[in-house]
Design a protein around this ligand. Structure first.
Ligand code: G3P
Length: 217
């Protein structure tokens, strides 16, 4: 399973990159807005800075909701760097845009996927990857990981090449469950990635080794 980080914060991206586990980055307008980045030039400059850190895929989201706007923006975003993936919302207009980019050989990430039916449509339109938002599904009292399992099963039935990118991950257990379910990619906040590091027996064992090492140092 590939690990992406779900943030626009450059320091966090660098930290995950330095850990040697980072395969890519996802961002969205809310994550950009949190940093106070505004204006097309500033946003594009920020994407460039992210692509300078990470050579893996970097999802950059279009802001338009109509087909013409999405393809104009996506074409521009794809020119920022060769590892940019154009992120497009799961709508009828979005599907048309995915088909357009697929025909041009430009990678797409279909975002805001909340059902297996939406996943099938995005795959049929030629999406490179789809983003089911598992944390938000859990928030609404359904089972986000179960959706990943369902999509893995369906895509396996028909040998779709579209990758399943588990998004809206909130904690380390989500990551492990998505790996068990067969997600191709998990995009996670840095806190969830760091949460995977922790085990009390590791801390106790290390403290013991450090203590014992003093006896012969
Ligand atoms: O990758 C999608 C993600 O940014 C949404 O996460 O926590 O806002 O549901 P969240």
């Amino acid at each position: 399973m590939k690990f992406y980080i779900d943030t626009a914060v450059l320091e966090e991206i660098q930290e995950a990159h330095d850990m040697g586990i980072l395969d890519g980055v996802t961002t969205n307008p809310s994550l950009m807005a949190k940093l106070g980045i505004s204006g097309k030039e500033a946003v594009n400059f920020h994407y460039k800075a992210i692509c300078n850190i990470v050579k893996g895929e970097v999802s950059a989201e279009v802001l338009s909701t109509n087909y013409a706007g999405m393809i104009a923006e996506g074409d521009e975003l794809s020119k920022i760097a060769s590892n940019i993936v154009v992120k497009i919302p799961m709508t009828g207009e979005g599907l048309k845009a995915i088909k357009y980019f697929s025909a041009k050989g430009i990678k797409t990430n279909c975002t805001l996927v909340f059902s297996a039916g939406q996943a099938i449509l995005a795959a049929k339109a030629g999406a490179t990857m789809i983003s089911p938002f598992i944390g938000r599904i859990d928030d609404s009292n359904w089972d986000g990981v179960q959706l990943i399992e369902q999509i893995v099963h369906i895509f396996g039935n028909y040998h779709f090449n579209t990758e399943i990118l588990a998004a809206s991950i909130r904690n380390p257990l989500h990551i492990v469950k998505c790996a068990e379910a067969g997600a191709d990619i998990a995009t996670c906040p840095l806190s969830a990635i760091k949460g995977l590091l922790k085990h009390p027996l590791t801390d106790i064992g290390l403290a013991q080794f450090v203590e014992d090492a003093k006896k012969f140092m």
